[in-house]
Ligand binder design. Structure first.
Ligand code: C6P
Length: 410
């Protein structure tokens, strides 16, 4: 199986020194690195095919259009959407979630309705619902997180009382970017549907890490970013069930999304073009299709197993360090290949800076989870997040770097 060491040479960026030490990149939750196959797909497009899509009849434009639409088909296959028309290209998770709020939300919600989210949502899956609630008069409620320190996962028992027929939309993250909890997405979608609510899954942290099948999940909408799955930045997608997308008004007007235009009014193309006004990120879509090919060649079950193994190894190694609080679900609960932690009396930014001197790239801060941080009683945490090219040796380097942090502050 090609995983870890065996595929590091596919990622040219990893072969470098940072602060005089070999780079140990453990910030994959923020963004992943790109294999040469993706970089090559991007440059091949710019070297040979660059033209605008859906507009020209010349050879380059037809090639660009074919590449762009083939990318949509590839993405549909990657998440097992029923058809390519269920894939709307966006800039990423954030834009996808805002699109649902602005279109489905504005068209369907009124005072008295409830939007249900969870207490572990990233700001991208929280702020758009706050704005939607303010716009429509709907109420925003939250499924609590459980545990003595509120860090173990969703309180599923609370769903019995929270998921009422007043709930019109239930938005939740598949994997928490701070706790590493893997939520039971299929069960949550099923329970949303049972009360007539539309389900919105934030797959930013699961796409490219876990096998993902929208039909098996039974979700109505699913949002993700290409850059977290070995693809380029600035491209991602919204999956929406065809019947839902077709019934929605567009959120932006412009070229590419219209059927006819008069001075006084216009008519729209069907989904997905209706939601793709203006020139899209053509190269990005083609690069993202390359990332799908790459990840499927490695195999997503193998990637998930590798990530989980490194996560478990890191948690065991870090648990030995004095004064550490490791966040996340109890042992045995589903959890992603990341570890989020805090040292008593040492700020996350100091940890990151000292680790960086050892060549180790980590993320520290509130991780765009400010209300959750408040609930956890922490100003910030440090996060190490793993991906297919990370190795067991890198966990040893991480642990040694953290020992240096402790020594410095002793
Ligand atoms: N989390 C992290 O370091 P964008 O920025 O649109 O690609 O993704 C937003 C987003 C939405 N939901 C979740 C669960 C996420 O983790 C993220 C991005 C990064 O954790 C950057 S804050």
């Amino acid at each position: 199986m090609r995983i870890g060491h065996a595929l590091r040479s596919d990622f040219p960026i990893l072969d470098q020194q940072v602060n005089g030490k070999p780079l140990v990149y453990l910030d994959n939750g923020a963004t992943s690195q790109k294999p040469r196959a993706v970089i090559d797909a991007l440059s091949a497009y710019y070297l040979h095919d660059n033209a605008n899509v859906h507009r020209g009849l010349h050879a380059l434009s037809m090639r660009a259009t074919a590449g762009f639409e083939q990318a949509r088909t590839r993405l549909a296959r990657f998440i097992n959407a029923a058809e390519p028309a269920e894939i709307v290209f966006t800039r990423g998770t954030t834009e996808s979630l805002n699109l649902v709020a602005q279109t489905w939300g504005t068209a369907n919600l009124r005072p008295g309705d409830v939007i249900l989210a969870t207490e572990m949502e990233h700001h991208s899956n929280l702020v758009p619902w706050q704005m939607l609630a303010a716009r429509t008069g709907a109420t925003l409620r939250f499924v609590p997180v459980t545990g003595a320190d509120a860090e173990h996962g969703l309180d599923l028992a609370a769903l019995d009382t929270l998921l009422t027929p007043q709930v019109k939309l239930f938005a939740f993250t598949h994997i928490s970017n701070t706790l590493g909890v893997i939520n039971p997405a299929a069960e949550l979608c099923r329970r949303a549907r049972a009360v007539g609510a539309v389900s919105v899954v934030d797959a930013a942290q699961s796409i490219g890490h876990e096998p993902l099948d929208v039909q098996a999940l039974g979700c109505d909408f699913l949002a993700f970013s290409g850059h977290k799955m070995c693809g380029p930045t600035g491209i991602g997608a919204l999956y929406g069930r065809r019947a839902l997308l077709d019934a929605l008004p567009p959120h932006e007007g412009g070229g590419g999304m219209i059927e006819t235009v008069e001075y006084s009014h216009s008519t729209w193309k069907p989904a997905p073009e209706r939601f793709e006004a203006g020139t899209p990120h053509i190269a990005g879509a083609i690069g993202l299709a390359g990332a799908c090919d790459y990840l499927d060649a490695v195999g997503r079950p193998a990637i998930a197993a590798h990530d989980h193994h490194l996560g478990a190894l890191a948690r065991a190694a870090l648990a030995e360090l004095p004064g550490i609080r490791i966040l996340g679900p109890r042992a045995g609960q589903p959890r992603a290949g990341m570890v989020s932690f805090a040292f008593k009396d040492i700020h996350a930014h100091d940890v990151i800076t000292i680790a960086d001197q050892q060549g180790v790239a980590l993320r520290g801060g509130h991780h765009c989870n400010m209300p959750l941080m408040k609930k956890l009683g922490l100003p910030s945490t440090v996060r190490a997040s793993f991906y297919l090219y990370n190795t067991e040796e890198e966990i040893a380097v991480l642990t040694a770097a953290l020992r240096k942090v402790l020594k410095f502050f002793a």
